[in-house]
Write a protein that binds this ligand. Structure first.
Ligand code: IPM
Ligand code: MG
Length: 366
């Protein structure tokens, strides 16, 4: 199979972690007889530096011409980087939001799973960890607060900022359908998260989710308020299977869920539209503080590449091989700094490695 992959290396640790995912993909190609053709696409701060905007129309066209896009991360230190002196629509994040919208990537899948081998890196108590947990956060990605009208202006001599949170029935329905479809392939439970005790958009969310749920009699579903969900994630994460939620809540809860699994460096993601196309990226950010040091964890990006093999190319066997290689490397005791045992847990048989070494170890085991 020939797979055309757009590659957005981006900023910060992006280029380092993407290079490792490509290394692993190339190992898959060699072993299973596929060709991965890469086209570099500029987005984020590096695009601002090169051409003055975070995402050009040519870059969008290059992404559309690919079967899938593999992405690292974009953005820099919001307090010190000159990118954040620019107007908001010219900052790195605007590029990411634009590509999601242009490609209609409304369904964001963020699996959070506790690896047996990483229990020692999990900040939760043993009795809470129990037998571990495995959840899928389904985040709506092209609507809500991140895409509504916004402004900052002076009103009666007082600076006033406004963001708007808009959802249509259709936008809610299509992500809910995806969420229930995925639940059918998992443990058949959906927790729909909203703030229906305050927000109109959440009350509509609840109504539409209830309608969609009627088509899935086998799926157990519940509604949960977002503040409670934030608490439940650290109190009893094993209760969750699919968490279905809107854009901002999903942004926040997925970071929280990732930390519960040990590190944000482990959390992959897929952003999908109605076709086979997808944009695959780690859920974590560009980590400018450790960029260029060769210590970032490439596993989330490698697992995102595995999601790409599975969802865009239907290469399940190859995706399994990548995921198994990751597990194998962890079992053998290799760790990047962020997933080292914590709280005085034993580091016997643990080998600390950098970004490139971790990538090579996984590639060799594919
Ligand atoms: C994420 C990121 C982005 C988001 C930022 C960089 C705009 O935090 O993918 O979770 O909020 O969606
Ligand atoms: Mg985020």
């Amino acid at each position: 199979m020939i797979c055309k992959i757009g590659v957005i290396a981006g900023d910060g640790i992006g280029p380092e972690i993407v290079a490792e995912a490509q290394k692993v993909l190339d190992a898959v190609g060699e072993k299973y007889g596929h060709v991965f053709e890469y086209t570099d696409i500029l987005m984020g701060g590096c695009s601002i530096d090169a051409v003055g905007v975070p995402l050009t129309d040519e870059a969008v066209a290059a992404a559309k011409a690919s079967d899938a896009v593999l992405m690292g991360s974009i953005g820099g230190n919001t307090q010190t980087s000159p990118w954040y002196k620019l107007p908001p629509n010219l900052r790195p994040e605007a590029g990411l939001l634009k590509i999601r919208k242009e490609l209609n990537l409304f369904a964001n899948l963020r699996p959070a799973y506790l690896y047996e081998e990483l229990k020692a890196a999990c900040p939760l108590r043993d009795d809470i960890i129990g037998d571990g947990f495995d959840m899928m956060i389904m985040r709506e990605l092209t609507g809500g607060l991140y895409f509504g009208d916004r402004y900052t202006k002076e009103v009666n001599g007082c600076l006033t900022a406004c963001d708007t949170l808009v959802y249509t029935e259709e936008e809610i329905r299509r992500i809910a359908v995806r969420g229930f479809d995925i639940a059918m392939k998992r443990r058949k439970k959906v927790t729909s998260v909203d703030k229906a005790n305050v927000l109109d958009s959440s009350r509509l969310w609840r109504k539409v989710v209830e309608e969609v749920a009627k088509d899935y009699p086998e799926v157990t579903y519940e509604h949960m308020l977002v503040d409670n969900c934030a608490m439940q994630l650290v109190k009893n994460p094993a209760q969750f299977d699919v968490i279905l939620t809107e854009n901002m809540f999903g942004d926040i809860l997925s970071d929280e869920a990732s930390m519960v699994t040990g590190s944000i460096g482990m959390l992959s993601s897929a952003s999908l539209n109605d076709t086979k196309f997808g944009l695959y990226e780690p859920s974590g950010g560009s980590a400018p503080d450790i960029a260029g040091l060769g210590i970032a964890n490439p596993i989330a990006t490698i697992l995102s590449a595995a999601m790409m093999l599975r969802y865009t190319f239907d290469l399940d066997k190859e995706a399994d091989a990548v995921e198994d290689a990751v597990k194998q490397v962890l079992k053998e005791g290799y760790r990047t700094g962020d997933i080292m045992p914590q709280n005085g847990e034993s580091t016997e048989k643990i080998v600390k490695v950098g970004t490139a070494e971790m990538g090579s170890l996984i590639a060799e085991r594919v």
